[in-house]
Design a protein around this ligand. Structure first.
Ligand code: URP
Ligand code: ZN
Length: 451
């Protein structure tokens, strides 16, 4: 498809310009003040709209197997929800079984991707140590373009690892020149608090957050910073949820340590009052780490404004109410829905009121995840880059009135109002979403080899 986008305000890497943009064979080929339409081109008028790099979500869990069944979205529904919100690329995870070779787990995961309309990559999770892990990690990097490895310090009874194992993973990653991402919560402490809570008969959902107090995150991050100092491994902390954690990360960054932070919209949109309502409502917000206090929420906003945060992920991992209800708190599957609303929630809380610029918006949602996770040729509006673009309009609408493409039935954002939305979503020069409607045919996205 050959496209000409006229009169848009283009959000470039370091400036905003009003110009026309020409797309050919899936790439951006021309950016100039006044381009004339050629015969074979479809023209879109983007007057009074922004043209923004399409979103890259660095943290999603589609078709995640849990004891409560699969998470509600597979690659088809998850990618449709992503596109409707302006995201055309995401990074999901491979989580090997214990004893399973990393590349075998990756092959299996690749077979689970069906009808995925977004481009996608995977973070490879390291769930245990064995002598062959360094060679297996190298094979992932060389043969599959995996440039990031995920570790969990939480969930010690299943996929979580200890700090000694983490150090080995970081040393190996440093040698391979790749990145380690960390779910930083003190797993052992949390397990003790959970057991104690159950012993006392405290089994309601409110105990999920009570047994994951703030310090279980920031003390884990404090220890991780020590390991970053020791190994010099480039390290990315996923879904940071407390203000103190970000204070520590900002301090470490000031010392030039290679540490980076992600947060998710749920942590700056809500406070822990969400756990006090009806059980059926509160369950939607049951996730790890949990939604924190108002002072944490404000701290995250402050750090977002001052640039401590590198990327905004969603940790999209929805479950149906049916899967979450009627369980003691330790058995409720963790995770929430969000892949469709990441851009509009950030825009509505930070751009519309000028707390961050549109350039920072594009960095947080697209260009930083692209650069950091080596997604080449995406995340920027520049000649030669993939034509993955959004035409973005300001419009006020309650999120509850927006059509949801996720198969989850617990939309945590339904009480909020959106002040901006993707009007057109274009991937590799193809229009996938056009004025609140997905295209009838969505071509399959590509696996992204990252190097
Ligand atoms: O509660 C969460 N975050 N669920 C998804 C899995 C994970 O821990 O990232
Ligand atoms: Zn996650």
């Amino acid at each position: 498809m050959e496209l000409l986008i006229k009169n848009g305000q283009l959000i470039l890497e370091d400036q905003i310009i009003t110009a026309d943009l020409r797309i050919s064979k899936g790439k951006i080929i021309q950016i100039e003040p006044d381009l004339s339409r050629m015969e074979n081109e479809i023209q879109i008028d983007a007057k009074s709209a922004y043209v923004i790099p399409a979103g890259i979500d660095p943290h999603v869990h589609l078709k995640l197997i849990t004891p409560a069944g699969f998470s509600a979205d597979d690659f088809e529904s998850g990618s449709k929800a992503a596109i409707a919100g302006g995201t055309t690329t995401f990074i999901d995870f491979v989580t090997p079984e214990k004893g399973e070779k990393l590349t075998d787990a990756l092959q299996k995961r690749l077979e689970e991707v069906k009808n995925c309309a977004c481009d996608y990559a995977f973070h490879m999770s390291i769930v245990e140590w064995r002598d062959s892990i360094p060679q297996e990690m190298e094979a992932c990097v060389q043969s599959f373009g995996i440039s990031s490895f995920k570790t969990y310090l939480a969930y010690r009874k299943s996929i979580g690892i200890d700090f000694e194992t983490l150090e080995k993973v970081m040393q190996t990653a440093k040698k391979l020149g790749v990145v380690v991402t960390i779910h930083a919560e003190l797993g052992n402490t949390i397990d003790e608090l959970r057991e104690d809570s159950i012993q006392k008969g405290h089994i309601g959902l409110e105990n999920h957050s009570l047994t994951r107090p703030d310090y279980t995150e920031y003390e884990a991050i404090e220890k991780v910073i020590g390991l970053v100092e020791k190994t010099q491994c480039t390290t990315y902390i996923v879904h940071v949820s407390t203000s103190k954690s970000l204070d520590l990360i900002a301090e470490a960054k000031n010392k030039n340590l290679p540490i980076f932070a992600e947060t998710c919209p749920q942590y700056f949109s809500f406070n822990n009052e969400v756990y006090k309502g009806l059980e059926e409502e509160a369950l939607a917000y049951l996730m790890s780490p949990p939604i924190r206090s108002e002072s944490n929420r404000l701290g995250i906003c402050k750090h977002l404004e001052k640039g401590t945060i590198t990327a905004l992920g969603t940790d999209h991992c929805p479950f149906k109410l049916e899967q979450k209800k009627g369980k003691i708190f330790t058995e409720i599957p963790n995770g929430a829905q969000g892949i469709q609303h990441r851009l509009s929630v950030l825009y509505s809380q930070f751009v519309i009121n000028k707390r961050i610029s549109l350039i920072d918006f594009a960095k947080l949602t697209a260009s930083n995840p692209a650069t950091f996770f080596r997604i080449n040729n995406k995340g920027k509006i520049a000649i030669g880059y993939d034509a993955d673009l959004i035409i973005w309009k300001e419009e006020k609408k309650p999120i509850a009135q927006i059509h949801e493409y996720s198969k989850g039935d617990l939309n945590i954002y339904k009480t909020l109002t959106s002040f901006g939305r993707a009007d057109y979503v274009i991937k590799n020069g193809i229009i996938l979403y056009d004025q609140e409607k997905l295209a009838d045919y969505l071509p399959n996205g590509n696996y992204l080899f990252r190097n």
